[in-house]
Design a protein around this ligand. Structure first.
Ligand code: AVJ
Length: 325
């Protein structure tokens, strides 16, 4: 069957949008950058290293749940059309694809923004699952979910790895409502969420002893430099992350280690930072079964199954379209 590469977001438009986002974020009263821009080639490689850190339990915990339930889920749902948002390396979906009794003619559509890493990840799947229809859609799933073709059979949408945690409540309501629109009444949604827990465990996961998360955080400044001809010095920024109990989220910031002036030449922008001035680079929301049920119901979805790892650190949720009332 091979692999089809659909490019929905062309490079020029993506870069223009990124420049806009950077201008808006860095001229706001609270300076911020959208976390989707972490993932250039270097950032994706740093994230892969994060998933292997002893402190970063998320990936291993989710993997353990998937390994446990993949066969049962796939047997019961018998999906024919699997759509994954932000698949990264496409490692997780293998548990599901391996559990398919007969993968012949089953379609797998992966949507992600990084053209090279997506093509590589889906290309590798094509070698292992030659009987399937594989599509790599290079697009931003916040904008382009509506462009997906209609289901070819029972659809299963995957949104794993707690990527949902990057979205604040209004943005995730909008995104989940889009996901709802992808599903017929027999369609299902498999969502991975990181769970509220002891703050020391959470904070260690986002400030590891080896300093990989710090480098991941600083790397966004290299992405900015390249995108808008900037002269940020990544080493002049401190990594700062903490858990906010009130907001149920980890916040990641970069703090200026010394006063500095930064030029973003392509934006004709000059920025001055005092010591300790910050740029907010990421929120990573943490959930409970109850908060997930509420979040889903706000977007026309209903929690159907709830699975956690043995330590209760991570949750995998099966949701279905809510009955219309
Ligand atoms: C890929 C968004 C789920 O929030 O845990 C890892 C990214 N940031 N370490 C997360 C991340 C810092 C990660 N997500």
């Amino acid at each position: 069957m091979g692999c089809l590469l659909d490019v929905h977001a062309d490079e020029a438009r993506f870069l223009a949008r990124m420049a806009d986002d950077i201008r808006r974020g860095l001229t706001a009263r609270r300076r911020q950058l959208p976390p989707k821009y972490f993932y250039d080639e270097a950032g994706s490689a740093l994230f892969e290293r994060i998933t292997e850190l002893p402190e970063y339990y998320l990936t291993r915990a989710e993997d353990a749940i998937l390994r446990d339930i993949a066969e049962d889920i796939v047997c019961r749902l018998a999906p024919r059309d699997i759509v994954e948002l932000g698949p990264g390396s496409c490692r997780k979906v293998r548990w599901l694809l391996d559990a398919l009794e007969d993968g012949r003619g089953v379609r797998y559509v992966a949507m992600d923004v990084g053209r090279e890493s997506l093509a590589q990840a889906v290309g590798a799947l094509a070698d292992e699952y030659p009987q399937m229809h594989l599509h790599a859609v290079v697009a931003d799933f916040e904008r382009h979910l509506g462009c997906l073709p209609p289901p070819t059979g029972r659809r299963l949408v995957l949104f794993l790895g707690s990527t949902i945690g990057n979205f604040d409540p209004p943005a995730r309501r909008a995104l989940l409502a889009q996901v709802r629109r992808l599903l017929d009444s027999d369609g299902r949604f498999l969502l991975g969420v990181d769970l509220v827990k002891d703050r020391r465990v959470l904070e260690a996961a986002y400030d590891d002893a080896a300093g990989v998360t710090r480098e991941f955080n600083r790397n966004i400044l290299r992405v900015v430099n390249r995108a808008v001809d900037g002269d940020f010095v990544p080493d002049a920024w401190r990594h700062h992350s903490f858990y906010s109990t009130e907001a149920s989220r980890i916040e990641m910031h970069l703090l200026a280690a010394a006063p500095q002036r930064v030029h973003l030449r392509a934006l004709e922008l000059v920025l001055d930072f005092d010591v300790g001035d910050g740029i907010w680079t990421e929120s990573s929301y943490k959930f409970t079964r109850e908060s997930v049920a509420v979040m889903l119901s706000e977007s026309g979805l209903a929690l159907e199954e709830w699975h956690t790892d043995r330590g209760g650190r991570f949750g995998l949720v099966v949701a279905r379209p809510a009955d219309r009332t």
